[in-house]
Ligand binder design. Structure first.
Ligand code: ADP
Length: 487
């Protein structure tokens, strides 16, 4: 493992048309390490004009550049080269991610980076397998379809898995032959900029991938509104998702949204309790709870409730929270002061609404945005902590003894991103998989991901599926071609 000191943290510029440039305004902003509250470096602050330059570069690359003529298999090869470069530099990237985001180095090395590599490998394989059909129409005609790229794609990503979210978006877009403007989250711009360097080294033509760092309401909004962007892909809060849709309506650009969640994690008495406790831990404390599909509502069958809560609170209180740079750390810092305050605000609201605080409930240490793993018991599904997305290490336990009522409550949410069921009864598991309104259902597991399996939301958790074959639909459009074979 390379040491942190070897990580080259330099000031970040915008990546437009294959060049590294300052923002038009010359403005910059700082990116900080949330574990120390210290500035890591500064990054160019892109705004409307920079977005416009990036979109123009992407348009030119799409219409005129060598990209149009690049064979599909060669697009796949570029993805493989990017993958190789990330693999070669994986320790540096893991550090960059840990320093910029505050998540433990043990997680960036074992979760973020391997998932990034797998996603690139998966979509590299797709590049030359995206094809149309011949259709048996009436009459003397040959009718076939072509799957063409959508065009210039805007991609706005969050800060919880910075590099992974970038790759979830750029890998399928490249496989399908689009050009892109990527706007990383202002909290975590560094790994995306490194990705820009790798893309260039891997031979991606100038202008195919442009990266504009900047704030959401300025650079992000300009991208979502831009009249020459054909599609916008967004991951973030549902409130922002609404703004994106409104902005996208200006030129009716295609939209895909991956938004928040308040996912039910349901434990039956007939489950393997120790596995379920581990699943509940992963479900809510992985990545400091900064996971859109976090298992934040924990439904516990009455007969195992006491045993479960005891075991969960023991584990939660002994979780090693602290310096993300230590190999043994299990939970790092929340991303920002804003998130930190928001989470503590929810903890207060839980106490005020009468939930029972079992463990945690306060900050950890006095420097950096650390919060203790927090378990609330005796939560009512109508309380704010059971309704709203906290995006932090706070779980709300809700007891049930009537399955139908529990299912109703599980589904009583504006969100529908994920749900999990813990039981040894296969019939019950499959039945619930049908009844729960969510885009992903986990049975006897939690937070399991694979580049080949689709991910996305029901209800206000968004629409469009990322990963798997389904993303190819987001990044291509179908053309129907008719040929008269008659007279
Ligand atoms: P969070 O509050 O967790 O940071 P956001 O939804 O605000 O989640 O942020 C996710 C991404 O959306 C970030 O890249 C952010 O800069 C961007 N963003 C925020 N507001 C807007 C907006 N009004 N228009 C476009 N993008 C935005």
């Amino acid at each position: 493992m390379i040491t942190k000191e070897k990580v080259n943290i330099k000031p970040g510029k915008l990546f437009i048309d294959g060049k590294w440039v300052d923002s038009v305004s010359g403005k910059t902003f700082n990116t900080i390490n949330p574990a120390t509250e210290e500035v890591l470096t500064m990054v160019a602050e892109g705004d409307r004009e920079d977005i416009d330059h990036a979109v123009k570069a992407a348009r030119k690359a799409f219409e005129e550049g060598p990209w149009r003529k690049t064979d599909a298999r060669d697009r796949g090869k570029i993805l493989l080269k990017i993958m190789d470069l990330i693999e070669k530099n994986k320790e540096e990237l893991a550090w960059l991610e840990t320093l910029d985001n505050g998540k433990p180095i043990s997680e960036t090395t074992t979760a973020d980076i391997p998932l990034v590599l797998d996603c690139l490998l998966y979509y590299a394989g797709w590049a030359d397998k995206i094809h149309g059909e011949t259709i048996p129409v009436r009459g003397e005609f040959l009718n076939y379809t072509i799957r063409e790229p959508v065009g210039v794609v805007g991609q706005i990503i969050p800060w919880n898995f910075p590099l992974l979210m970038a790759v979830w978006k750029i890998a399928p877009a490249i496989a399908c032959g689009n050009t892109m403007v990527l706007k990383p989250a202002e909290q975590t711009p560094l790994s995306a900029l490194r990705l820009g360097e790798f893309s260039q080294e891997a031979g991606l033509p100038d202008g195919v991938l442009n990266i504009v760092t900047g704030y959401g309401p300025t650079a992000g909004a300009a991208l979502a509104e831009h009249m020459d962007v054909d599609k916008i892909a967004f991951t973030g809060e549902y409130i922002t998702g609404r703004l994106i849709m409104q902005a996208a309506s200006k030129n009716l650009k295609r939209v895909s949204l991956e938004l928040g969640g308040k996912s039910p994690n349901i434990v039956f008495a007939d489950s393997d309790i120790d596995s379920a406790v581990n699943g509940a831990m992963t479900g809510i404390f992985f990545n400091q709870g900064e996971v859109c599909c976090a298992g934040s509502r924990l439904f516990l069958e009455k007969s195992i409730h006491d045993e479960f809560v005891d075991k969960l609170s023991d584990k939660a209180s002994s979780l090693r929270v602290g310096n993300p740079e230590d190999a043994g750390t299990q939970m790092g810092a929340q991303i920002s002061k804003e998130q930190f305050d928001k989470i503590l605000g929810y903890i207060d609201s839980g106490k005020q609404e009468g939930a029972k605080l079992v463990t945690g409930g306060e900050r950890c240490g006095n420097k950096g945005y650390f919060i203790k793993p927090t378990v609330f018991d005796e939560v009512n599904n109508n309380m704010k902590i059971a309704r709203e997305e906290i995006f932090g290490p706070v779980v709300s336990a809700i007891t049930f003894d009537d399955v139908d009522d529990m299912v109703r409550k599980s589904n009583f949410s504006i969100y529908g991103l994920a749900a999990a069921v813990w039981t040894k009864d296969i019939k019950k598991a499959h039945k619930l998989a049908r009844e729960l309104k969510a885009g992903t259902i986990w049975i006897n597991t939690y937070n399991t991901f694979d580049a080949a399996s689709p991910f996305g939301g029901f209800k206000q958790s968004g629409f469009g599926r990322e990963l798997g074959i389904h993303t190819l639909e987001l990044y291509t459009q179908v053309k129907s071609v008719w040929i008269n074979l008659g007279n």
